[in-house]
Design a binder for this molecule. Structure first.
Ligand SMILES: *Cc1c(COP(=O)(O)O)cnc(C)c1O
Length: 434
């Protein structure tokens, strides 16, 4: 399968090239040339299959031409070492809990898959080592570091701004050891990102070591997110509740929901999607007006969705041939203030006992407001509420139980390399230590 760029000014790429490059040379996002539909028989018996079996069928449609079956199967099964249960909140609303992976957020799925696929390509090339550079303001670093942990042939450098990430976030990528190095930059997130960009452009450094990114727009992080949409359908079908299924996705960069839209094009019987935004309502406004006007992001309590120019919007419009009418026919929108998010977390907890995180709260609320009679809604619960401990405890006025996995990180010892925001120092460090 070949991959084209949404900007259509770059040559077609193989899967291998698309994964290693991340972004196309014309700055567009890679898209698979064809989206293969899955056969009716698959959907007829899907409720009898395991998550891993379902995911492998979906992975085969995407990657089966480019990765041998046994290798791909192993990658899928190894990636999905945890469950993604659909949990009842009300009779008509279910929470697809995507937070049972190592860092308790949905990004684990894509990061784990990409790490394993990249590892395979590196071994195939006979390369010694590839170095992944990632700048993080908190959550990306933990998903990538944990996703790549222990994968042969890959070393990960996580650059993060000193004193600007929460203690729990920091522990999730500074306590791992093995093939993960955390670099604590005396600066802000933008400085970290600038260091990574300079490294990719530096000739001497690139001659010395193979560098790559693990950006969230990478096809190997983005496409595997389709797996759990099929599994959500399977679980609801088993309950006899999948006839009029609406899926709601708390969205920031729109990678997660776009993977679901791919699923629908492969035949997944979803009636429609809802994209739930916080106050960063660029997509919501696009649905109303047909005009896409990015603007600077505003800070909210659902901070992983604070995006003012969602990168995967390019994929959404490409998927629907740039037709506003087609997009509106498949996706509805919603937008909520921090006040409304707080109200939803509190009210849902009081009335149902279910504890939402601030991102999932946007998804849940959009379903309570948007479902038609007869429809059943599933929202993607994108992170565990304990990841936003202070916010959530403040809202419910109660203690939140911290999952054992998160507690284990807290017990680990922080190890980091302190560096200035100077590129020369970073370059010197890489030259001497790789
Ligand atoms: C990244 C993230 C989102 C947004 O997902 P996109 O794919 O960027 O739309 C939502 N919730 C949480 C908890 C996240 O970490």
């Amino acid at each position: 399968m070949k991959y084209y760029s949404t900007n259509r000014q770059a040559p077609l790429a193989t899967l291998h090239e698309a994964v290693v490059k991340g972004l196309a040379s014309d700055k567009g996002l890679y898209m698979p040339e064809t989206i293969k539909p899955l056969p009716k028989e698959f959907f007829d018996e899907i409720e009898n299959l395991t998550f891993q079996e379902i995911a492998y069928r979906v992975a085969d449609a995407f990657f089966g031409e480019d990765v041998p079956a046994d290798v791909l199967k192993h990658i899928v099964y190894d990636t999905l070492s945890f469950d993604v249960p659909a949990v009842r909140v009300t009779d008509s609303i279910y929470s697809l809990e995507l937070f049972h992976g190592p860092t308790l957020a949905f990004k684990d799925v894509g990061a784990r898959f990409m790490a394993r696929l990249l590892g395979y390509f590196i071994r195939q090339e006979g390369r010694e080592q590839v170095n992944v550079l990632v700048a993080t303001s908190g959550d990306t670093g933990s998903a990538v570091a944990n996703g790549f942990l222990g994968v042969d042939g890959i070393h990960v450098y996580v650059l993060y701004p000193k004193g600007k990430v929460s203690e729990i976030q920091e522990k999730q990528f500074t306590t791992l050891g093995q093939n993960i190095t955390a670099i604590e930059v005396d600066g802000v997130f933008d400085d970290c990102q600038a260091l990574v960009k300079s490294a990719f452009m530096d000739k001497e450094l690139n001659a010395h070591m193979k560098l790559t990114s693990a950006n969230s727009i990478n096809v190997a992080r983005f496409l595997p997110q389709a797996f759990y949409y099929f599994y959500a359908y399977a679980q609801l079908k088993k309950l006899g509740k999948a006839d009029q299924l609406v899926i709601c996705v708390p969205s920031g960069n729109f990678g997660n929901i776009t993977a679901g839209l791919f699923g629908k094009q492969m035949g997944l019987p979803v009636k429609r999607f809802i994209a739930a935004n916080n106050r960063n309502d660029i997509f919501f406004n696009y649905l109303q007006t047909g005009v896409y006007s990015p603007k600077p992001s505003v800070a909210t309590i659902a901070n992983a969705m604070d995006v003012g120019d969602p990168s995967n919007f390019a994929r959404v419009i490409d998927l629907y041939g740039n037709s506003h009418a087609s997009i509106k026919a498949e996706i509805a929108g919603a937008t909520y203030t921090d006040e409304q998010i707080r109200e939803t977390v509190k009210q849902t907890y009081d009335e149902t006992g279910y504890l939402l995180d601030p991102h999932g709260a946007c998804g849940y609320r959009a379903l309570t407001e948007g479902l038609q009679p007869g429809e059943v809604g599933v929202f993607l619960e994108t992170a565990h509420p304990a990841k936003f401990l202070d916010t959530v405890e403040g809202i419910i006025g109660d203690k939140v139980e911290i999952p054992a996995k998160l507690q284990a990180f807290m017990k680990g010892t922080k190890q980091s390399v302190p560096l200035s925001k100077d590129f020369a120092a970073f370059k010197q460090y890489l030259l001497e230590n790789s």
